[in-house]
Design a protein around this ligand. Structure first.
Ligand code: ATP
Ligand code: HMH
Length: 527
């Protein structure tokens, strides 16, 4: 079996790995909102973006100067050109300008019936300028019926209901329920406009049930286009995951990162855009280290796929089945044993004593972590686990690099386990602290010694600073090895890294595929 057999985390044909997403929206020439934000958001969330333009605005980070709505006949031509050639997996609808545009888009949606339709009922820009003619609000109701999800901000929610804007989160939720039940649609109520220290969002289903997610409010004035980016991201992730709450968790976490890094962009003097590609631009590779920077960029798709895995999502929210977690830990222990041998091989090949010591220490620590896994988590297991197919294939790949490869190949092959693991660990840890601020893993006894999240003790130890520092050192060593390598060897290094990165993805997805339910669920030992 090849690694390819294991790494497809989208075996369900209704789920689409790279969804083709069409944004029907207005243009913002300053690049932060509208079509421009949508295309960036779609790409950042792993989709292929397309754009049909409903209106052109002359705007920047300070406000909207004017709006030009081209003839609807041309809008129709754009829609037809795209739909007659390309399968559209999802549509995001943003600024529509006036009633004629709304009716044209509504007719097109009624005819083509795209699988996923997210409607962001854009009415007023964050600067306060109107983006929808006042007499067109009624026409929006026609489109509402065709949306799988509608994402109004608080003033827009109020307009859709003909009420005054909600002033508290409770009021907002009540309005969201009224719209969802009254119009039989799924509504995303967004808390961006609240004056609260956090930024809650809630999915309200047509039956009125609520799925709420709370993120910290990022302190930045650069929030231009958050609504556009969120709705386009949801249209992109829903076809990948087929689950609205999971899609919201993933996109919110991404959007929080985009807001956290927004100030780095330095675009305009008003409300600037968010950093859609913060993960791709991640400067964790030390300055001047082109080789590892390239590896990081090359692994973007794998990293995006890892964060979207059901295993990771469920580990984060605590809904992961115990058998899956136990399978993961047992396979991790087996993996670490093999990994330790390959690290010892890196030590044997190292060109300097410092690097020899680094790998020897790492090899030894690996065995210690393996022992710790057995002591703290796997303890009373009846029989030692057998390596699963992914574990075996991954370790075989590493051992092959170790037995025949150059030093560069060995270090490139072992690097993803450091780097991707540290990256996902930090993200998991960060999100855990946001979602479960009071869960200390049961240490203070206030939660009955158990914590509200079953894996809190594990997640709290996940973002280990010493491990992140070791990852940084392994990256620097890889760069040094690349500088001393021939072009052909560098290519082999790149391939070894890429293979291991795919195995990291497959490893996180393996419990879903291979964890057996033959034993009663094991109780997790307390730490
Ligand atoms: N400062 C912030 N920190 C964290 N999340 C935020 C912040 N501001 C907005 N958000 C989030 O961004 C998303 C968009 O929310 P908001 O209610 O501002 O929509 P909007 O008004 O349609 O956006 P836009 O500014 O593009 O018009 C929501 O998920 C919201 O929680
Ligand atoms: C084109 C366009 N669409 C949407 C918004 C809302 O942010 C905006 N400012 N501009």
């Amino acid at each position: 079996m090849t690694s390819e057999t294991h790494i497809n985390p989208w075996p369900d044909s209704s789920q689409r790995r790279i969804p083709r997403v069409l944004s029907i929206a207005g243009s913002d020439p300053s690049g932060g909102a509208g079509i421009q934000a949508d295309l960036k958001s779609i790409a950042a969330n792993g989709g292929y973006g397309m754009a049909v333009i409903t209106a052109l605005t002359a705007q920047n980070t300070q406000g909207v100067r004017s709006v030009h709505v081209p003839p609807v006949a041309f809008l129709q031509e754009q829609l037809a050109a795209v739909a007659e050639d390309i399968v559209i997996d999802a549509v995001k609808i943003g600024m529509l300008g006036d009633a004629a545009v709304i009716n044209t888009v509504a007719r097109w949606v009624e005819r083509t019936r795209p699988a996923v339709v997210v409607l962001d009922p854009v009415m007023v820009a964050s600067s306060g300028d109107r983006l929808l003619a006042a007499d067109a609000e009624q026409a929006l109701q026609r489109l509402l019926r065709h949306a799988d999800l509608v994402t109004p901000n608080l003033p827009e929610l109020a307009v859709l209901l003909g009420q005054a804007p909600a002033e508290s989160w409770e009021e907002a939720l009540a309005q969201g329920k009224r719209l969802a039940i009254g119009s039989d649609i799924r509504v995303l109520v967004k808390g961006g406009h609240l004056h609260s220290p956090d930024c809650p969002d809630a999915l309200v289903a047509p039956d009125g049930s609520v799925y709420e997610i709370i993120a910290a409010r990022v302190q930045t004035r650069n929030t231009h286009g958050t609504g556009c980016s969120l709705s386009a991201g949801l249209a992109t992730v829903q076809p990948q995951l087929g689950d609205w709450p999971a899609a919201l968790r993933r996109v919110k976490s991404w959007l929080s990162g985009a807001l956290e890094h927004a100030d780095e962009l330095q675009v305009g003097s008003g409300h600037g855009p968010v950093h859609h590609f913060h993960a791709l631009f991640s400067t964790r590779a030390p300055e001047g280290n082109e080789f590892s920077s390239q590896l990081w960029l090359d692994s973007a798709a794998v990293r995006t796929a890892i964060s979207g895995l059901e295993f990771i999502q469920r580990l984060r929210d605590g809904s992961l089945a115990k058998k899956d977690f136990a399978y993961y830990l047992a396979q991790d222990a087996l993996y670490l044993n093999g990994y330790s041998r390959v690290l010892a091989r890196a030590s044997a090949l190292a060109p300097t004593e410092a690097e020899q010591l680094f790998w020897a220490t790492a090899s030894r620590q690996c065995l210690e972590v393996e022992a710790q896994l057995h002591r703290n988590w796997l303890g009373a297991q009846a029989s030692p686990a057998m390596p699963g197919p992914v574990t075996k294939a991954y370790v075989d790949h590493l051992l092959a690099a170790g037995s025949g490869g150059s030093y560069g190949e060995v270090v490139a092959a072992v690097l993803p386990c450091y780097w991707l693991y540290a990256d996902i660990g930090a993200a998991l840890h960060r999100q855990f602290l946001i979602d479960f601020p009071d869960d200390d893993g049961g240490k203070d006894g206030a939660d009955g010694g158990a914590g509200s999240h079953p894996y809190s003790a594990w997640l709290l130890t996940y973002a280990d600073e010493a491990f992140a520092a070791a990852a940084g050192e392994a990256i620097a060593i890889t760069d040094a090895a690349a500088r001393n390598a021939s072009p052909a060897d560098r290519e082999r290094m790149r391939r070894a890294f890429g293979e291991s990165a795919k195995y990291e993805l497959a490893f996180f997805d393996a419990p879903r595929l291979y964890a057996q339910n033959t034993h009663p669920p094991r109780r997790l030992p307390e730490r």
